[in-house]
Design a protein around this ligand. Structure first.
Ligand SMILES: [Zn+2]
Length: 307
């Protein structure tokens, strides 16, 4: 069994604390040791620039995280390979793990398309348009009276379409979501759950889930307790409820996982770190076949990379 994990925030933790070592640091839920001891075959690493960073310094912070990614994550670990395409994943050897670089929110590019192009050239293969608030591209889910994509936002989406890059709708407000459904060619939701199961603004309504399924997209169920159960604790059973619900809407081929390891203090009991994915696989195997599990854990995301 292989796992494709569509979201973690290791880079942000490493940016905030330069003492953190990727190899074996107990402060990290995803580190090299954890990856080796788990079935994770592809791990997405998000570039999330903290809200507190001054707008003028956000692009530089994104570059610093990309530098950390190459210098402190990829370079010291020959078993870890940058992946950007289905072909890259296919070429991974048995003991190799793929690392996919993603952008969480376009705040770092401000209103400069050259900055976006630069991040893509540096290896970013998936772009989330917003975090929870407004930026030059669109409005996030926590923005009151949130609007859709700006003119610049549509330009950004055009670049993503043209360059075969995932457009990640997690964190994006509803109006923007529907704009992406209309204009975006490769939408995904890397780490979002179901609103019908847990009424949290970060979760997706039924119509949104159905639209993603219709667009042959994929939704990564996330292990953030607040989005699973509405409280600061959650269990594997809560994950099952969300997974089941997406399947009941016709999503068996359109659901995966985006843990949000290292991005939340409220993680699911029993899946406290990457190596504990095993507990989830074990629980799911009572309800789903190996073929279905393989879809959820790996294929649904891996097979939908645009290139
Ligand atoms: Zn997030």
């Amino acid at each position: 069994m292989s796992i494709f994990d569509a979201h973690c925030d290791v880079l942000c933790k490493m940016l905030m604390d330069s003492n953190i070592q990727f190899q074996n640091d107990h402060n990290l839920q995803v580190n090299m040791n954890e990856l080796i001891n788990s079935a994770i075959k592809v791990q997405c690493f998000a570039i999330y620039v903290p809200e507190a960073v001054h707008p003028d310094l956000k692009f530089h912070a994104a570059l610093r995280m990309i530098d950390l990614f190459y210098e402190r994550i990829i370079k010291p670990n020959p078993r870890l390979k940058l992946v950007k395409s289905k072909e890259d994943i296919k070429n991974l050897k048995l003991n190799e793990v793929g690392a996919l670089l993603t952008l969480e929110g376009c705040d770092a590019i401000c209103k400069d398309i050259v900055k976006l192009q630069t991040l893509l050239r540096l290896g970013v293969a998936s772009v989330g348009l917003t975090w929870n608030y407004r930026n030059c591209v669109a409005d996030g889910v926590l923005e009151e009276s949130a609007g859709g994509l700006s003119q610049f936002g549509k330009q950004v989406l055009g670049v993503l379409n043209e360059r075969n890059i995932w457009c990640d709708v997690s964190h994006l407000a509803e109006k923007g979501f529907w704009d992406v459904m209309e204009y975006g060619q490769f939408p995904i939701a890397s780490h979002s759950n179901c609103y019908s199961v847990c009424k949290h603004p970060r979760n997706l309504k039924d119509e949104q889930i159905k639209a993603l399924i219709d667009r042959n997209s994929v939704i990564g169920i996330t292990f953030v307790a607040d989005f699973l159960s509405g409280s600061s604790t959650a269990t594997i059973d809560d994950i099952l409820r969300h997974l089941d619900y997406i399947c009941s809407l016709g999503g068996e081929f359109h659901v995966g996982f985006g843990s949000d390891f290292d991005g939340t203090d409220h993680i699911v009991t029993g899946i406290e770190k990457a190596s504990k994915y095993e507990n989830l696989i074990h629980a799911l195997s009572s309800y789903y076949s190996q073929t279905q599990l393989d879809r959820f854990m790996f294929q649904n995301f891996a097979s939908r990379l645009p290139i």
